[in-house]
Design a protein around this ligand. Structure first.
Ligand SMILES: [Zn+2]
Length: 353
């Protein structure tokens, strides 16, 4: 196993250097905002820093008691608010019989004031009550809030005071992929660090070296992941890649089957994250069609395995434009819609050749 700080972070060299420099000074800012596209490793990066700070050797050794606790998500001085924590909180409520009538997807799509102030009845620990206590084991407490843009207005307001003047043993990492939705009052209290997509060549090497993927497949996955490790891990699953193929063939008219559309739609609409990755794929496919047919170049194509099929298909730019609009519209409203299956099915009927 490779040891040392940032051992599990692919790319982001500038950010590593910046944070390392901050950590070496005594005056580390108390709050950072990690901003950048979904799935490129921002939260993993924050956890990596937390491991270093909490590690008994201060090196993220990976073996000490502290490192093991972080690994098992049981370290009392690392407080992470993310989808997993919110799911856990919901399950606890379920056990206490409070879950009735709760829409799970909706519940975890926003960070409510309960997570800031705490809610004893729901067994939720609040950030505000946590940060006033000194750390339990080490010198620092690290608080990571993923998708910080999902805070409700109430929550953001209640959090602001804490973020403004926290006791100095607290260190905040706020993570976002939609920075424009983060309230300016919160942003202005953080040091902002921008994360770029991981370069394609680096992703390819990662899939080959870390996951033992053969070169041709690693090449394709590194292109279609568009700089996102999270997306890459998604496409590493055979089934997802198969469905992507079917989806592309349906859209391009190579396959025509109502049953297939229904089955594919059902698969895609299982989870909100899966859904958004497949929708991004559709957008990138139409972008590729445009590049190949309208501009006549294919060196910048994302979906390299579809080039031949695109070249063999007959379509016009009006259809591309209309379809892109329909896909974008679906992407915009799907997170508020409970019936994703029907929406995706509708979309496919609308954009198929
Ligand atoms: Zn350690």
């Amino acid at each position: 196993m490779v040891q040392g700080v940032f051992r599990d972070i692919i790319g982001h060299e500038k950010q590593k250097a910046l944070i390392s420099a901050f950590l070496e000074t005594e005056r580390i800012p108390h709050a950072f905002l990690f901003s950048g596209q979904d799935g490129i490793g921002k939260k993993t990066f924050a956890i990596s820093i937390a491991r270093k700070i909490l590690c008994q050797t201060n090196e993220d050794c990976g073996f000490c008691k502290s490192c093991m606790k972080v690994k098992r998500s049981t370290h009392p001085d690392l407080f992470v608010i993310d989808k997993a924590y919110m799911e856990w909180a919901l399950d606890i409520q379920g056990k206490k019989g409070l879950k009735e009538g709760i829409d799970r997807t909706k519940e975890i799509s926003s960070i409510s004031i309960d997570f800031i102030r705490g809610n004893e009845e729901k067994k939720i620990k609040g950030i505000n009550e946590e940060v006033i206590r000194p750390p339990h084991e080490g010198k620092k407490r690290i608080i990571i809030i993923d998708n910080v843009e999902n805070m409700t207005n109430d929550a953001a307001n209640a959090f602001l005071k804490t973020l403004e003047e926290p006791p100095d043993y607290n260190l905040f990492f706020l993570v976002t992929s939609r920075e424009n939705e983060v309230p300016a009052t919160i942003k202005s209290r953080c040091v902002r660090i921008l994360f770029n997509p991981v370069p394609q060549e680096l992703l390819k090497k990662y899939f080959i070296n870390t996951w033992g993927i053969e070169e041709k497949r690693a090449d394709l996955i590194s292109w279609i992941s568009q700089g996102s490790i999270g997306c890459g891990m998604f496409w590493l699953e055979d089934r997802n890649l198969e469905i992507r193929r079917l989806l592309g063939e349906l859209v391009l008219g190579k396959k025509r089957s109502f049953v297939l559309i229904t089955l594919v739609s059902e698969y895609i609409s299982k989870g909100i994250r899966d859904c958004s990755i497949f929708i991004s794929f559709l957008l990138s496919l139409f972008r590729d069609m445009y590049m190949i047919k309208e501009i006549g170049m294919n060196y910048d194509v994302i979906n390299r395995d579809f080039v031949e099929l695109i070249e063999d298909s007959v379509y016009d730019s009006e259809w591309i434009e209309q379809s892109i609009k329909k896909i974008q519209e679906t992407a915009r409203i799907i997170k508020y819609n409970i019936n994703r299956w029907l929406m995706i099915e509708n979309l496919l009927y609308n954009i198929m050749r």
